[in-house]
Design a protein around this ligand. Structure first.
Ligand code: ADP
Length: 457
């Protein structure tokens, strides 16, 4: 087992990894930018190294600084968390070249699945159901038009290197294609340094359902069920839950087996997520694989009782999974709300000093956060400041528990998305499980009900 792990991240996920390490008796090294000097991940790590100025390109994305921090402190592994360098195959390669274990899949797999067009080809070959679309990047308007004509409108243009919901454009008619393709390519070039885009069929109001896998280095690979992530705004997830209210045991088993076979086909190791869209007829279509820990991993931990971060560390250290698919049981219902430092209606970032920070606790409540009273939320990074996760016997109890927890939580000094979550949780369609990726557009088009009415809903 590793003796010391460097955590190449910040915020709640850096703290989450430190928690796992402490419980496993592994020493930790925090790295931090000048803006994070007083952050909790720095306070609770055994050692810490400043890796540069506030801007992430100068700090949390600064590979030489992070590798030197690992070498100076004698860390034998690096956990990348999510975001930042977590899906950067070059970083994984540099770690291996420096004899520091990268806690994640192999650089080869990260590279293959990080290119969404290549991933589509690999998954199609492995028998995963696909949306009709281009085989590889589409480089001209004519090719895009020809393809869209074959598969039918609407289509969606997506960046081959895409992530975080950026660089996507929906095309509803041929005359829109040229301009939207150019915008998507430009946006992809500036966000990911690669302008290549591909085209696939666009589904109206599908469900986003993803499967969690874990694979060791001895050929053992299991799935840990699904997470429903259909509550999104601008393709960014707001609420996630497990199990999905739309899945039966039979479908879970069938899709789980497809995912396990596909992951084995690319020799997947460590933790990963296979994302799908599900249409109104219950048909699944592959979207992408995230080769890292996800923000929403806690809901899977709660329904399976498996600590995903500890498993990632054990797997990276060469240990065997030690259990089979048939040993994994799903129990109860888990739901997560992402709390962002944002205005709940205007969605503008709301950095600043938190004056009061009191997230309610109680039976079945888990809070993953690195925020606290008097801490400063810097403007340089992601606006997510914490996650409230509840676990209950069934979905209705999970919703009641989440509403109660958020109603009894107080964050003052900055704006947060908590009021928006309460609005979602009070919605009759949400409560009935009638959700899709178009849910938020519908909800936000309606005038917000006064608080008292929503709470009674
Ligand atoms: P990213 O990697 O940027 O997060 P994804 O491929 O995971 O992009 O897609 C993010 C979201 O965009 C999905 O959850 C879904 O809401 C929407 N989306 C992507 N592809 C399609 C599609 N073909 N049809 C309908 N919605 C889509």
């Amino acid at each position: 087992m590793f003796k010391k792990i460097l955590v190449a991240n910040r915020g709640e996920i850096a703290l989450r990894v430190i928690i796992a390490c402490r419980e496993m008796g592994i020493k930790t090294v925090a790295v931090y930018s000048e803006a994070d000097e007083h952050a909790l991940h720095v306070r609770f790590a055994d050692e810490d190294v400043c890796i540069g100025p506030a801007r992430s390109s100068d700090s949390y994305l600064n590979i030489p600084a992070i590798i030197s921090a690992a070498e100076v402190t004698g860390a034998d592994a690096i956990h990348p968390g999510y975001g930042f360098l977590s899906e950067n195959p070059h970083f994984a390669e540099v770690c291996e070249a420096c004899h520091i274990r990268f806690i994640g899949p192999s650089p080869h797999v990260i590279k293959l699945l990080g290119d969404k067009a290549r991933a589509r080809r690999a998954m199609k070959k492995a028998g995963v159901p696909m949306l009709p679309g281009s085989e590889g990047p589409v480089d001209s308007e004519e090719k895009a038009l020809k393809l869209a004509n074959e598969i039918g409108y609407p289509v969606i243009i997506k960046a081959v290197a895409g992530g975080g919901g950026r660089g996507m454009r929906i095309v509803r008619a041929p005359e829109e294609m040229g301009a939207l393709l150019r915008t998507a390519q430009r946006e992809a070039e500036s966000a990911f340094g690669l302008g290549d885009c591909y085209v696939e069929k666009y589904l109206e109001n599908p469900r986003h359902i993803e499967f969690q896998v874990l694979g060791d280095h001895h050929g053992n690979l299991v799935h840990l069920g699904e997470r429903e992530c259909s509550i999104q705004r601008r393709h960014q997830k707001l609420i996630e839950e497990s199990p999905s209210p739309a899945l039966t045991d039979k479908v879970r088993k069938k899709m789980g087996a497809i995912v396990v076979d596909a992951a084995k086909a690319v020799q997947y190791t460590n933790a990963g997520t296979f994302e799908f869209l599900m249409d109104k007829d219950g048909k699944f279509y592959f979207m992408e694989v995230n080769t890292r820990l996800q923000v929403e991993h806690p809901v899977t931990e709660l329904v399976t009782g498996i600590d995903l971060v500890k498993e990632q560390i054990r797997i990276a250290a060469g240990e065997r999974l030690g259990y089979k698919q048939s040993d994994i049981a799903f129990k109860g219902h888990a739901m997560e709300c992402r709390i962002n430092a944002e205005h709940p209606e205007k969605f503008t970032p709301s950095p600043g000093v938190i004056r009061t920070f009191n997230l309610s606790s109680g039976p079945g409540v888990r809070v993953d956060t690195a925020a606290h009273a008097d801490c400063t939320i810097p403007p340089y990074y992601d606006s997510m400041i914490g996650k409230v996760i509840v676990f209950a016997r069934d979905r209705a109890e999970a919703i009641a528990r989440m509403r109660r927890t958020l109603e009894m939580s107080v964050i003052e000094g900055i704006h947060t998305t908590m009021p928006l979550h309460l609005r979602i949780l009070a919605d009759p369609d949400f409560q009935a499980g009638r959700i899709g990726t178009g849910f938020m557009d519908r909800l936000l088009a309606e005038p917000a009900k006064p608080r008292g009415v929503a709470a009674a809903g």
